[in-house]
Design a binder for this molecule. Structure first.
Ligand SMILES: C[S@@+](CC[C@H](N)C(=O)[O-])C[C@H]1O[C@@H](n2cnc3c(N)ncnc32)[C@H](O)[C@@H]1O
Length: 288
């Protein structure tokens, strides 16, 4: 990993210790589901042949690989993530796809020593977990050449994202909310939902030309009701409530599973269990 004494180890440790195995198990939900939110805007991204692109919090690397294809052999992509286990999968997928203009580096983006070398900075659902969002957004701006563009995708509020919110409500009927000392992945998936607050964070971080676009998309949370229940109890806000409740959660697993199965089963389609989701695609520029 990129060596820095300032690196935020608490959240990065949580990602590596707790979330990596769960994300890997439910990769089909995460990559498949999240792709809807990037696919809608990918054609309009300002990425050109020959560009240097950085993908922040790139996870399993699918968007970094797609961007590398777009930048072509005269361009290149750097995918950065704080979990080496995700990057190993990303490197394997890039090699299998014959894409050799993408490199994957393990680092905490908030502290990465960028040098203004990139034309475009992209992040799909990676920035919401920065311990210090302004530090992270500033770091991403420092990655850009003057006039370079940053596009990040973040979730809108939990009320607009039943794919995560509904299961949380159900689990909270049986278990207490997580306490203040709960271990977490950082501020969390809905931490950049507020347009005014994120606009302010971007302005403080030195960006101009800030624009928001709403993207609504169906999201598959599991191949079957069982798969969807497993996903909800492993990840997201319902997963956090369940994990933090420890033995109490285990003792009530059967009744919680039954309640989730009944509710999630209502959303069964030919493509699995599909619920609505909603994101902001936020674009901003590093000034000239
Ligand atoms: C919700 S996942 C999204 C992954 C990927 N972009 C996608 O859309 O499939 C968030 C990612 O951000 C990474 N991440 C969280 N905090 C980070 C940080 N401070 N520096 C680098 N990566 C970070 C996590 O390891 C994880 O892979």
């Amino acid at each position: 990993m990129f060596d820095t004494q300032e690196a935020n180890t608490e959240f990065v440790d949580f990602w590596n210790e707790i979330l990596v195995p769960k994300f890997t198990k439910y990769r089909h939900v995460l990559v498949g589901g999240l792709t809807h939110h990037s696919a809608k805007i990918f054609p309009s991204l300002e990425v050109h042949e020959g560009d240097r692109v950085v993908d922040v919090g790139c996870g399993f690397g699918d968007t970094a690989i797609a961007l590398a294809k777009r930048a072509g052999p005269s361009g290149s992509v750097l995918g950065i993530d704080c979990c080496e286990a995700f990057l190993e999968i990303a490197r394997g997928d890039a090699a299998a796809a014959g894409v050799d203009n993408v490199e994957f580096v393990e680092a905490d983006v908030q502290f990465y020593p960028f040098e203004g070398e990139f034309d475009f900075c992209f992040s799909r659902f990676g920035t919401q977990f920065f311990e210090n969002p302004v530090a992270g957004l500033k770091s991403m701006r420092r990655a850009l050449k003057p006039g370079g563009t940053m596009t990040m995708i973040v979730w809108r509020g939990i009320e607009d994202n039943p794919w995560l919110g509904m299961a949380k409500e159900i689990v909270l009927r049986f278990l207490p909310p997580p306490g203040d000392d709960a271990r977490t992945c950082g501020p969390g998936p809905f931490s950049m939902a507020n347009q005014d607050m994120v606009t302010k964070q971007l302005e403080i971080s030195g960006y101009t030309g800030i624009a928001f676009e709403r993207v609504d998309a169906p999201l598959m949370v599991g191949n079957s009701p069982d798969d969807a229940v497993g996903f909800q109890l492993a990840l997201g806000p319902a997963g956090e409530v369940f994990r933090e409740a420890g033995e109490e959660a285990e003792s009530k697993r059967a009744e919680i599973t039954a309640a989730l199965t009944a509710e999630l089963g209502k959303y069964e389609t030919d493509e699995g269990i599909v619920l609505p989701s909603s994101s902001w695609v936020i674009t901003a520029r590093n000034p000239q």
